[in-house]
Design a protein around this ligand. Sequence first.
Ligand SMILES: [Zn+2]
Length: 113
Amino acid sequence: MFYIYCPYCGEHREEEEFHPKGQAHIERPKDPEACSDEAWGDYLFFRDNPRGVHHELWVHAVGCRKFFNVTRHTVTYEILETYKMGEQPSITADAQGQPREAVAASRQEGVRA
Ligand SMILES: [Zn+2]
């Protein structure tokens, strides 16, 4: 068992209280009637499946019942941050990838030396 920080409750709670709801930051087309079938299909059915940093929508189902966003690493399962709806992540794949790999590489070199 592990704990997830709920940004609305302001505390860490057991992970069993939460449910993932898929990819975060999916914007509904502004005018669905003017939207092409391909764009509408992309909106409804296609999601990112990255190896690395991913932004997900979660709900605190057995708590405040509010939705919030989680930045999670799909390889390590590490939750890097949680943030409220309407907010933007401070950690992104672009900003995250290089420094973490650089840190990991320096640690490995440190072990070898
Ligand atoms: Zn909560």
